[in-house]
Design a protein around this ligand. Structure first.
Ligand code: NAD
Length: 434
């Protein structure tokens, strides 16, 4: 068989991240940190320290395709901050992955772990690949090669991966196996979000979505609105969006619209979510679901609903879309779905935003439980995990909301102030080496 190299994307640039592209995830993350640093009165040195990733690695990931052809991808792992503990963060497979996006996602992980009081720093990884175009065995080879390349940076005490967009429990099993084989023994705690059969945790698959519903319910309760009385629109019907739809519906809320990258659907009386899940299993998309009307992703964001949950990609609520949002609550399932300009418009229109670093933290909370269980090789029941998750999420919401009220801050600024302050305090108490 002849092997040819036909796809060589240009090497990504490593421009300093001080000047990220306007409206990009990193620009949004930097703007949020700048606001928190200003509220906290931090000097420039501390602010720069908090803005700058501790470690980054860029790796080439060659893949021998099933056809024999060789193609090349670029992969990254960024540890943004490790003052509170080992790096923790997902692995993303998406064509638009670049180093600045991974830097932003790693920074958000740092604040998120601190907001829900986990002994972790923030990290993130990604490979610029569209997983839909590759077979399972090709994805396995990409995952194993990427893992081998970043091996010096990861480990159960240094940097722990989990699934994110485009990756799943199977991906984590391959990472865990590659790492373990190279170390010579089984090390389940190097990843979380892995299958139950190899040391995963009960409740991890639905944890992010369950957390979203807990904080939504807490935000609604402050306004005296029961969850069972609200209508919900969800953008993104993957691991986060689909389970959020399921849990919202099971708790009596009306899920009136959902979408994915192929389009969206709406039914004002409420979608039959279990039947929709079957349709997606069968067809791969929400599009074409019986008894629902089509709606575009942009129209979905502007629907007249009580709660809007962006649960797909970054930057969808920006200066062109955020002004049309009619929902009273935006609960950020995705990381970074709202740009700084979008945030200002939502605030102007009195839309309450429950920010990503709080709203979608349920996933990393149960990842932490999985890591603790793996380290102890002692497994908890599903009910124990559900109770502990609810307690963490509602406690974190109450802390953020109390600070917001006391200081007249948005929930986003209050969450960031809490997260950033915990990280900065750990850094200051540890002191600067040497
Ligand atoms: P996923 O790959 O399982 O699903 C992503 C969904 O978004 C799919 O339905 C896809 O079709 C849709 N999508 C992709 N591009 C889109 C576009 N341009 N417009 C509309 N829809 C689009 O990913 P996931 O794990 O559900 O992650 C979704 C978001 O939640 C990401 O921002 C991720 O970082 C964040 N998040 C995930 C977790 C987790 O535990 N998986 C935890 C915290 C945050």
């Amino acid at each position: 068989m002849t092997t040819t190299t036909t796809s060589v994307p240009p090497a990504p640039s490593f421009a300093p991240s001080d000047t990220p592209e306007e409206g990009s995830a990193l620009a949004t993350a930097h703007a949020q940190l700048a606001t928190a640093a200003e509220i906290l009165g931090y000097d420039e040195g501390l602010h720069r320290m908090l803005a700058t990733p501790r470690r980054e690695i860029h790796v080439a990931v060659p893949l021998r395709r099933d056809t024999g052809e060789t193609v090349l991808f670029h992969g990254f792992r960024v540890q943004h901050n490790v003052s509170l503990g080992p790096g923790k963060g997902g692995l993303r497979y998406h064509p638009s992955v670049d180093v600045d996006e991974v830097r932003a996602l790693a920074m958000w992980m740092t604040w998120k772990c601190a907001v829900v009081n986990l002994p972790y720093g923030g990290a993130k990884g990604g490979v610029a690949i569209d997983p839909r175009g590759y077979s399972q065995s090709e994805l396995e080879r990409v995952t194993r090669r990427y893992t081998s390349e970043i091996m010096p940076m990861i480990g159960p005490d240094t940097d722990i991966m989990a699934p994110d967009m485009g990756t799943d429990a199977q991906t984590m099993a391959w990472v865990m196996d590659t790492y373990s084989v190279n170390r010579g023994y089984t090390i389940p705690a190097v990843v979380t979000g892995k299958p139950l059969a190899v040391g995963g945790s009960l409740g991890r698959g639905t944890a992010t979505s369950a957390g979203i519903v807990h904080v939504t319910s807490a935000a609604l309760a402050e306004a005296g609105v029961p969850l069972a009385k609200v209508s919900v629109a969800i953008q993104g019907f993957g691991k986060v969006g689909s389970h959020a739809a399921e849990i919202f519906a099971a708790r009596g809320a009306r899920v009136v619209a959902v979408s994915d990258q192929y389009g969206g659907i709406r039914a004002d009386d409420g979608l039959d979510v279990p039947r929709l899940m079957e349709h997606v299993q069968r067809t791969g998309s929400v599009v074409g679901f019986d008894g629902a009307d089509p709606v575009s992703n942009t129209e979905l964001l502007a629907l007249d609903v009580d709660v809007l949950v962006p649960a797909a990609i970054e930057g969808v609520l920006d200066e062109t879309t955020a002004g049309s949002v009619k929902a009273r609550w935006v609960v950020e399932g995705a990381n970074g779905p709202t740009t700084a300009a979008g945030d200002a418009l939502l605030a102007k229109n009195d839309v309450t935003v429950v920010p990503d670093v709080l709203a979608n933290a349920g996933g990393v909370v149960v990842s932490y439980f999985e890591w603790v269980q793996a380290n102890q090789t002692y497994w908890w029941t599903e009910q124990e995990i559900a109770d502990k998750l609810e307690h963490r999420m509602t406690t974190a919401y109450a802390e953020v909301s109390a600070l917001a009220k006391r200081e007249g801050l948005s929930l986003r600024d209050a969450a960031l102030v809490i997260g950033v302050k915990r990280v900065a305090e750990a850094h200051q108490i540890r002191g600067l080496y040497p």
